[in-house]
Ligand binder design. Structure first.
Ligand SMILES: [Zn+2]
Ligand SMILES: [Zn+2]
Length: 251
């Protein structure tokens, strides 16, 4: 009898830490939550703004058109970019933790934010693909943050996501040290569609998912590769948008 009681008591004790283990602090307001970013913080830091329909850059309030001047002058290869937030406030810190510091649990709330931004404008999207890392970078980091986001967004919007469509051919140098022209050439040559994905790509409306959009050159190169391989249309879905590429380390 005594030993039965002791067994029950000790099993209750061993259950307790597991239950508590699901709780953690919100990364922004430090309140105790079951999610790494609480719902109140996700809403509070969103700051919806008026954006270019093509490249999602912030438009001045008095801008007369729905498209920015740069896109008027030269359209990107993708049809539209949708971003969830500006690369400012708490977002650079959170995205850095997701990308470089192994905080993979942040993918879920950040993907939720992106899925909500995309929801009304998802169009006929039939396939979600992440922007790939080179094999070397993937080995170093152990995961591709864009794939973590793409999987979660796909699950939320009920759209299939595939990691094996786009490939990064080689390890690009730290791009911010290069001239604009050399940077573009390197990026354009770096991406291709994997031969085994060609058959499934024909006629698909593809959304590329990434964590941060800077100049859009990477997304542009990937869109070009997807369109040349037979995709019907390509969109870009990105968590955060910045016009300042020097603030972000290249992936
Ligand atoms: Zn919070
Ligand atoms: Zn634009």
């Amino acid at each position: 009898m005594l030993s039965a009681l002791t067994t029950r008591a000790s099993s209750a004790l061993t259950r307790l830490p597991r239950g508590l283990g699901r709780l953690g602090q919100c990364q922004l307001c430090r309140s105790w939550q079951s999610q790494p970013i609480c719902a109140a913080c996700l809403t509070a830091w969103r700051h919806p703004s008026r954006r270019c329909l093509r490249c999602a850059i912030d438009l001045p309030h008095d801008h007369p058109d729905t498209v920015c001047q740069a896109c008027e002058d030269q359209s990107p290869e993708f049809d539209r970019a949708i971003v969830a937030v500006d690369y400012s406030g708490p977002w650079p810190g959170l995205l850095t933790r997701l990308k470089f510091q192994g905080a993979t649990a942040l993918a879920k709330p950040l993907a939720q934010l992106l899925a909500e931004a995309v929801c009304a404008r998802r169009g006929a999207t039939s396939l979600i693909v992440p922007i790939p890392l080179s094999k070397q970078r993937l080995r170093e980091r152990g995961y591709n943050q864009s794939w973590l986001l793409a999987k979660q967004v796909g699950r939320r919007l009920d759209i299939p996501a595939r990691v094996d469509v786009l490939e990064r051919s080689r390890h690009t140098q730290r791009l911010m040290n290069l001239s604009a022209e050399e940077r573009l050439r390197q990026i354009r040559d770096a991406f291709h569609v994997s031969p085994r994905a060609l058959a499934t790509l024909a006629g698909q409306d593809v959304a590329m998912v990434d964590d941060v959009m800077t100049t859009g050159a990477t997304l542009n190169a990937c869109a070009l590769a997807l369109l040349e391989a037979g995709a019907r249309s390509v969109s870009a879905w990105v968590v955060a948008r910045t016009p300042a590429p020097t603030n972000v380390r290249s992936s």
